[in-house]
Design a protein around this ligand. Structure first.
Ligand code: BGC
Length: 369
């Protein structure tokens, strides 16, 4: 009998310790980490912008958060998610490096009862995504395509197509949006496709299937890598005949790739002029726009996306259901989504949209009127 009683305090202490640890790791407000944020790479200014905006938004937050970067690797991404799980997060905000590959990482999070918010890029082919916070990516592509239509003259204008990485669902949405406006103008001869036999073969088709887009992307992808974009542009221009030079139009998917493609076209003596798109409003591209080396960018106000994601996370932490405005099918389920509009920026309105709005400081640029 005596012996039995002796064990009780030891057992009680052990049980209490377990409960305490469990309590800490389940509730961020009791000392653990509340929100974990995983972003694709520090190598692109786009995601460094997001980090800065998250940090600014978090300054006054009562919840603890940590931001980790995956540096272009799905393995690193999985490791990051595991680290955050072990720190006791309740909400995971994640922009996947690779849409389908991120599935197993978020499934591990879901198993721990963590709410998963897909940020900017949709995680595909898994049920383990609770919400999606995004810009209107179809609109991004539409604006890029429409800009080329509105800012080129005549017919038979050579059109160079470039796209993002096929592992990123957004790359398809951007291309789909661009194709929806460009295709009729390709079909009627306003534009002539200069660098994709797959796009040429599909030029009479208004709506493309995912597989068809995949074939085109296979030829025109930059993998979101400015160096790959540069090499592809060089290869394309080396192969191009004289009638595919002169005054040309270039669909570049984002700012990082636009700048390197622009450098290549700008140094080709047979290219008289070029209109080139972009997106993200990266500082370097704003300078390119001021200097006339990039025609436009699509401004995606990261402050709004960050605010939406954080509001969503805090609503979940407070035990409530976040508001959504629609849904996106990720190949497995319809993910409730909150979507933000985008703004076209070019030389005409760059000051109004990016400086007067307080997004950037005028002193960060030269030659701004
Ligand atoms: C984002 C873009 C970004 C690109 C490359 C996309 O998913 O929406 O803003 O430029 O990835 O990182």
């Amino acid at each position: 009998m005596k012996k039995r009683f002796k064990f009780i305090p030891v057992l009680a202490v052990a049980i209490m310790t377990v409960l305490l640890i469990a309590g800490c790791s389940n509730s961020g407000s009791q000392g653990g980490l509340s929100i974990g944020i995983v972003l694709p790479t520090k190598d692109e200014p786009r995601w460094v912008q997001d980090e800065a905006r998250f940090n600014a938004a978090l300054e006054d937050s009562e919840y603890t958060t940590e931001i980790l970067f995956s540096q272009g690797s799905s393995a690193k991404e999985k490791e990051n998610v595991e680290t955050l799980i072990s720190k006791g997060i309740d909400v995971l905000i994640i922009a996947p490096q690779d849409g389908p590959a991120a599935g197993s990482a978020v499934e591990a999070a879901k198993e721990e009862g963590i709410t998963v918010i897909s940020y900017d890029r949709l995680i595909t082919d898994t049920e383990a995504v609770d919400y999606y916070v995004t810009f209107d990516s179809i609109a991004v592509g539409k604006e890029q395509g429409q800009y080329l239509i509105d800012n080129t003259e005549g017919t038979g204008v050579p059109l160079y197509l470039y796209a993002g990485a096929s592992s990123d669902n957004n790359a398809f949405l951007f291309f789909e949006g661009a194709w929806s406006v460009l295709q009729p103008k390709i079909a009627d001869g306003t534009f002539v496709i200069a660098n994709s036999s797959e796009a040429e073969a599909l030029k009479d088709k208004a709506e493309l299937s995912r597989d068809e887009m995949g074939k085109i992307l296979g030829q025109i992808t930059t993998n979101w890598d400015p160096n790959e974009a540069k090499n592809k542009a060089q290869t394309n221009l080396t192969a191009a005949s004289a009638e595919l030079k002169g005054d040309v139009a270039i669909l570049a998917p984002n700012d990082g790739t636009a700048r390197s493609i622009s450098d290549v076209f700008g140094s080709d003596g047979d290219v008289t002029s070029y209109k080139i798109t972009g997106q993200d409003s990266e500082k370097a591209s704003i300078q390119y726009i001021i200097d006339g080396k990039q025609s436009m960018t699509v401004f995606k106000d990261v402050r709004t996306l960050v605010t939406d994601a954080m509001n969503m996370a805090v609503t979940v932490l407070d035990g409530n259901t976040p508001e959504t405005t629609g849904s996106y099918n990720n190949g497995s389920i319809d993910v409730p989504a909150k979507q933000t509009e985008v703004i076209v920026v070019d030389k005409e309105n760059v000051k109004e949209k990016l400086i007067d709005s307080g997004y950037y400081e005028a002193s960060e640029f030269t030659g701004l009127e």
